[in-house]
Design a protein around this ligand. Structure first.
Ligand SMILES: Cc1cc2nc3c(=O)[nH]c(=O)nc-3n(C[C@H](O)[C@H](O)[C@H](O)COP(=O)(O)O)c2cc1C
Length: 180
């Protein structure tokens, strides 16, 4: 089955996750390609979709939300769809500490479009992955946000992506598609 992993990424962290998911799906015997949402034309040739975006200010990037809305009829026609979001800049240790205080960092980080998109696409799942931030790569606007007193503690430098979690999620999709 040909699978499209469509993604929106401002600085490349989400793009690398999408590439990894596509690679794992290929290893599992599927035909899979990762493409930026802007480069996706016709969706007719695909049997399943994985769609992901980086999260900024609690939302998917505009081009990702536009992609879903523009293609909503085709994406909701019964072919399997999974969604993912890349965002929180935290280590598993800080997440565990916050969990002890009753906070679910990954659930809280789900961007605002997800309930709506999950419902109308009848998505089989949505997963939040930890992100990455390289201060030297940020554009001026994002640098200014990070320089605000509230910005820096929320936006620490580092690569927090947990590749085994991404691999496991992709393996689960491959298994589900193999059963279909
Ligand atoms: C200005 C700014 C705002 C951000 N807002 C959020 C947010 O609201 N929620 C979140 O989980 N992550 C947020 N992040 C973290 C990014 O989602 C994270 O760095 C992600 O890995 C970026 O992916 P990309 O390189 O594919 O664009 C923000 C980062 C920046 C620089």
């Amino acid at each position: 089955m040909r699978i499209l992993v469509a993604h929106a990424s401002r600085y490349g962290a989400t793009e690398a996750i999408a590439e990894r998911i596509a690679e794992r799906l290929r290893e599992a015997g599927h035909e899979a390609e990762a493409r930026p949402v802007e480069e996706v034309g016709d969706t007719a040739g695909y049997g399943a979709f994985v769609i992901g975006s980086a999260v900024y200010f609690g939302k998917w990037l505009a081009e990702a939300a536009r992609f879903v809305r523009r293609h909503r009829a085709e994406l909701a026609d019964g072919r399997p769809v999974w969604l993912f979001s890349t965002g929180p800049l935290e280590t598993p240790e800080t997440v565990a500490a916050e969990a002890e205080e009753g906070q679910d960092v990954l659930a809280d980080a789900a961007p605002e479009e997800i309930p709506e998109f999950t419902e109308f696409l009848r998505a089989r799942g949505h997963r939040v992955f930890f992100g990455a931030l390289d201060p030297d790569a940020l554009d001026l606007r994002d640098r200014l946000v990070r320089a605000l007193p509230a910005g820096r503690p929320l936006l620490p430098e580092g690569d927090f992506r947990v590749w085994p979690d991404i691999d496991d999620w992709a393996a689960g999709i491959a298994r589900e598609l193999a059963r279909a």
